[in-house]
Ligand binder design. Structure first.
Ligand SMILES: C[S@@+](CC[C@H](N)C(=O)[O-])C[C@H]1O[C@@H](n2cnc3c(N)ncnc32)[C@H](O)[C@@H]1O
Length: 264
């Protein structure tokens, strides 16, 4: 159930959200018709669905480090969790995972960074969308990262590099290894300050065609403020609010505009 803060944000989103009929910009029209509303059933979806099914069925328990935004500061607590629970609560939804897949596929982005691997479900969508891409994914919990690597192996994906460590300590070095950042998916440590700092660190490798996607933009008041700051940033031209996720583009040929769209 939505808490009252999120419910309020959702109502305001619904009131502002446009469908494709309210869109006049050719770039956005393309985005809506070619990506957002693309209902094709890509073969790769089936491979991911099977991994998700197996994770959701797994009764196995692992010890995880709880990096949750509401888990306080370091040292982070450890606790045991069932793999099925991790898959159900942390894994990206089918709708959003498939949208990430279509974004990468359509724009053919190559150098991809993900913050927050968990079991690697979103990572697989990103990696399978463009086999020529290299996906660098960062996860703080070693046991979870190991499971994700097993999932990548099960699907035979070999364009993913896993980095294990706290984003706070490993991101600045990780970003140096990426020649140019074509796509970033930020899906962990949902705090206002951290989210904005990760955005700023990524800016070092951003170019005109970079796409950045933020998950859970209305998860808390802090995340809502972080999203507002990100879309207002001078380097961002177009921002797209799909309520669950926010997408920003840096294309200088587009005038600065904030679109609130009905996701599906
Ligand atoms: C929501 S889950 C990611 C889900 C994944 N992207 C997917 O959709 O399948 C967030 C993950 O980020 C990790 N995480 C959160 N804060 C972190 C931090 N500061 N450093 C490293 N990992 C962190 C958590 O351990 C968790 O596995």
């Amino acid at each position: 159930m939505l808490n009252s803060g999120i419910a309020g944000s959702y109502i305001s989103y619904l009131l502002k959200a446009k469908t494709r009929y309210g869109i006049h910009s050719p770039f956005m029209y393309d985005f809506v018709t070619q990506i957002l509303n693309d209902k094709s059933t890509y073969e790769e979806y089936k491979q991911i669905d099977e991994v998700v099914r197996q994770c959701k069925r797994s009764e196995k328990t692992i010890e995880i480090i709880d990096f949750g935004a509401d888990s306080g500061n370091e040292p982070f607590k450890k606790r045991f969790r069932k793999i099925s629970d991790i898959a159900a609560s942390s894994g990206i939804s089918k709708k959003m995972g498939r949208l990430l897949f279509r974004l990468v596929r359509y724009y053919q982005t190559e150098n991809i960074l993900e913050l927050g691997t968990s079991l690697g479900i979103s990572t697989m969508y990103l990696a399978l969308a463009n086999p020529e891409a290299k996906v660098t994914t960062v996860e703080g919990c070693e046991n979870t990262a190991e499971l994700a690597k097993r999932n990548f192996g099960a699907v035979g994906i070999n364009n993913i590099e896993s980095v294990t460590g706290n984003f706070r300590y490993v991101l600045s070095n990780t970003i140096k290894t990426i020649p140019r950042l074509d796509f970033a998916f930020i899906d962990g440590d949902h705090r206002e300050k951290s989210t904005f700092e990760y955005f700023e660190t990524c800016l070092k490798k951003v170019h005109n065609n970079t796409i950045m996607v933020f998950d859970d933009i209305y998860w808390s008041r802090g995340m809502t403020r972080a999203w507002k700051k990100i879309k207002k940033h001078q380097s961002v031209s177009v921002s797209i609010d799909l309520f669950r996720i926010g997408i920003v583009f840096f294309r200088k040929e587009l005038s600065k505009e904030d679109f609130v769209l009905r996701a599906f």
